[in-house]
Design a protein around this ligand. Structure first.
Ligand SMILES: Nc1ncnc2c1ncn2[C@@H]1O[C@H](COP(=O)(O)OP(=O)(O)OP(=O)(O)O)[C@@H](O)[C@H]1O
Length: 341
């Protein structure tokens, strides 16, 4: 039984539909990402789970019980916002124990919890500082400590790394993942960064225009996107039109064995990194001419012209080919995803 279930959630603001029949199930202890472009309704979804926004229709179940009528402080879901919203006039300790004080938790237990959180978040010795005396990463860890101090069932993270510089973002991402695994707390991370979603999550829900278009493991979403819009959101693509005849996909890229039924027209999607550029002397069933070549240290970015098409490839920079050179392309049809035209 999933720990969190969103069932047929609808939400509009001033007649503008933000969430449209949204369904989502999250298992206990999972870390999932809600991934989508700005404005697609990710934050609204978190707020609905936390109880800060009411849906127009639909239900939210936590541990199989509807929480629609349960107030924010009793739902067991806390949000950590992008800008952390720490109380500037309270010390680190004051911030961390805030929720416990509101819940009238005994002082001795509060102090113990603060100590535990300071240690978990590697903030030992920082308890008497004020937020403006902390670094960005420390502020974020205080915000997390404050959220986790009340022992929520669900942790909701709204773009938690977007205010941090690139290096700190990576460190904090690892840190949050390790805390999540240690506590095994069900976590929903909102992000518009596909790499972040791929690297941190057990599952990713891709949200476009207020709907979840696909929900699955990072590997499923990247390798087997169910539609072109999901494929495009997830990275670079090549599309090739062809047809299937007697178990062969016939296309300008060559003929590839497939288990698909005969079709007059079919579109294959293949990621640039699944197209390997090799020497023209190597036998493959596709050849082309390099029209652009970019060196990126460990990788090469190529554009290859063949039969009036431009194909993108990202290859390991073992052998480097120049513009104008004829090359062979090595493609495995296992890595093609087919869509109806
Ligand atoms: N209280 C509100 N009143 C009116 N419109 C709102 C309200 N909250 C959100 N919206 C609108 O709903 C849409 C979705 O907002 P939301 O914050 O959920 O998107 P998001 O996917 O989290 O985007 P971002 O990544 O930019 O935060 C936006 O167009 C936003 O302007």
């Amino acid at each position: 039984m999933p720990q969190i279930q969103l069932k047929k959630i609808h939400k509009s603001f001033q007649d503008k539909r933000i969430l449209n029949d949204m369904n989502l199930s999250i298992e206990e202890g999972e870390m999932i990402s809600l991934l989508g472009p700005s404005g697609c309704g990710k934050t609204t979804t978190l707020k609905i789970i936390a109880g800060l926004v009411e849906p127009d229709q639909g239900d939210i179940l936590i541990n199989n019980q509807s929480v629609l009528n349960i107030p924010v402080e009793k739902r067991g879901a806390v949000i950590v916002f992008q800008d952390y919203l720490l109380f500037p006039h309270l010390t680190v300790e004051g911030n961390i124990e805030f929720g416990l004080k509101m819940a009238k938790v005994d002082k001795k237990i509060r102090k113990e919890k603060v100590k535990e959180m300071l240690s978990l978040m590697e903030l030992d010795g920082q308890q008497y500082k004020y937020p403006n005396e902390l670094s960005g990463g420390q502020r974020q860890r205080v915000a997390l400590a404050r959220a986790l101090a009340v022992e929520p069932k669900v942790l909701l993270l709204d773009e938690p790394f977007s205010n941090l510089d690139l290096r700190l973002r990576e460190t904090m991402r690892e840190f949050v993942c390790s805390v999540q695994r240690k506590l095994k707390i069900t976590t929903i991370l909102v992000t518009h960064d596909k790499d972040e979603a791929l690297m941190t999550s057990d599952k990713i829900a891709i949200m476009l225009e207020g709907e979840i278009k696909q929900y699955g493991t990072p590997l499923e979403l990247y390798k087997k996107p169910i539609s072109e819009e999901v494929a495009n959101f997830f990275g670079e693509t090549n599309y090739i039109i062809g047809k299937v005849e007697d178990g062969i996909f016939k296309s300008p890229l060559g003929n590839f064995r497939t288990t698909l039924q005969n079709t007059v027209k079919l579109k294959a999607m293949i990621r640039p990194e699944e197209i390997e550029v090799v020497s023209v002397y190597q036998e493959t069933n596709t050849k082309g001419i390099i029209t652009r070549s970019r060196y990126a240290g460990d990788r090469m970015y190529y554009m290859i012209s063949l039969k009036g098409m431009e194909i993108k490839s990202i290859s390991i920079a073992k052998e480097i080919f120049d513009v104008g050179e004829e090359v062979s392309l090595r493609i495995d049809s296992k890595n093609m995803v087919f869509y109806e035209v």
